[in-house]
Design a protein around this ligand. Structure first.
Ligand code: BGC
Length: 419
């Protein structure tokens, strides 16, 4: 039997754009309108969670889930610059009240890759002056929903956003201008995080605030790849840890708002999926390792190493804010969950939450609907929800606070990684 750490709570995660559905004027809706989603789908469909949240919370309750990381959509709250939509805000109130009535504790994400087109048209997070719009939105959220939510993730994966949108150019606004702009956007997002952290603390000093950091190990292929692997790791993640957690902006990151050094996170939020293999100037995966359906290597031991390295920078409670895998047919998800939880169970660090990504299949950004990360299957035509085998496994883990021999035999043994 694998016993989970004492006090570690298991939950599920999602983000607003990936599940809500509906036609709104956001950067991702615009991106889909331009035909940029690989499978031709759009976030307008997604999971229709906006109208079906009661049903989704009932399923969570059936699965014994009591912790939920979810997002709210800036574009719904402030569809036009300076005009807040009170009906949408009330809708969110209803949603959070329903969540809580189902015995589920909310951890709310304020920004998860999506924002209104009016903000995008001003240059979004490329300009430090635009942070005032973000902070006005955060203020509004606190005034109208702050009494219902005690824990916040300010920004989700600033590095993944900056790199996909401004370096690889695969996400909106697809501004492919090299690494400089990506560094600028990350610096602006760090300032947004610190100011949002301060706002939330002013609202209630006992509230818990952090950000969801995406961290992966950069492995050099050969000795001569070591310096570039180190450099890439610093730019992509290590430099950001210091800026976001401590207001310590190390070059080339820029402290636009002259924030003082301090502690700007109550918890370490870690999103962990895979590693990167550095081969010359190429980022790749490795031959011979198990892969998920997006071709990402599965390397469970890294989650423990990363927890250790983040805890060295900031010794506070650790929330795994995302971990999961793209397994379209639910063939190896149970094994993936088991192997990552196993590493975490042996850690000597205070890991108090684990949010599986994701609760249900959802709109996977540029990949669209075809890449499935959920414990619950979504039929995108009918919106029917069906708990997968891995979903029942997760429920079993929660109920037993660990993996029993019976659950291991039933769910993990028949679950195999692809070759
Ligand atoms: C993001 C999620 C995404 C997941 C799987 C993370 O980078 O925060 O929005 O769906 O990874 O790709």
């Amino acid at each position: 039997m694998l016993r989970l750490k004492k006090g570690m709570k298991l939950g599920v995660a999602s983000s607003s754009m990936q599940i809500e559905g509906g036609d709104i004027d956001s950067n991702w809706h615009e991106w889909a309108r331009k035909g940029k989603i690989k499978d031709g789908t759009s976030p307008s469909n997604a999971n229709d969670h906006w109208n079906r949240y009661e049903e989704d919370f009932t399923i969570m309750q059936e699965m014994s889930i009591t912790e939920y990381r979810f997002g709210i959509e800036w574009t719904r709250i402030e569809p036009k610059e300076g005009e807040f939509d009170e009906a949408a805000i009330n809708h969110y109130r209803g949603m959070i009240i329903s969540m809580r009535n189902h015995g589920i504790r909310p951890l709310m994400t304020l920004w998860h890759f999506s924002h209104p087109m009016w903000f995008e048209n001003k240059g979004g997070f490329l300009h430090i002056e635009n942070n005032e719009y973000f902070l006005r939105y955060v203020k509004k959220v606190l005034e109208s929903l702050g009494d219902l939510v005690e824990e916040y993730v300010t920004i989700n994966e600033p590095n993944v956003y900056a790199v996909n949108s401004f370096y690889f150019g695969e996400w909106p606004p697809s501004d492919k201008n090299g690494v400089k702009k990506a560094i600028k956007v990350m610096s602006v997002l760090a300032a947004a995080h610190i100011d949002a952290f301060k706002l939330i603390k002013e609202y209630n000093k006992d509230y818990k605030v952090g950000f969801a950091h995406h961290v992966r190990i950069f492995r050099p292929r050969r000795k001569k790849d070591i310096p570039f692997a180190k450099f890439a790791s610093f730019i992509f993640q290590d430099g950001l840890s210091y800026a976001f957690y401590k207001g310590d902006f190390r070059l080339p990151f820029i402290n636009y708002k002259k924030h003082e050094k301090g502690i700007y996170s109550d918890f370490i939020g870690l999103n962990y999926y895979s590693h990167t293999f550095v081969d010359g100037k190429k980022f790749d995966f490795m031959d011979g390792l198990p892969k998920n359906d997006l071709g990402w290597d599965i390397v469970s031991k890294d989650i423990g190493t990363i927890v250790d390295s983040l805890y060295d920078i900031l010794p506070v409670p650790i929330y795994i804010t995302e971990n999961g895998t793209c397994d379209n047919e639910d063939k190896f998800r149970s094994r993936y969950i088991y192997s990552h939880l196993k590493v975490l169970s042996y850690s000597d660090k205070p890991i108090s939450r684990f949010y599986h990504w994701s609760f249900s299949d959802n709109f996977e950004w540029a990949e669209g609907e075809t890449s499935r990360f959920g414990l619950v299957h979504i039929d995108y035509e009918t919106q029917k929800r069906t708990i997968k085998k891995s979903g029942y496994f997760y429920k079993d883990i929660i109920s037993n606070h660990g993996v029993t021999k019976a659950a291991f035999d039933k769910y993990v043994v028949p679950s195999h990684y692809k070759k």
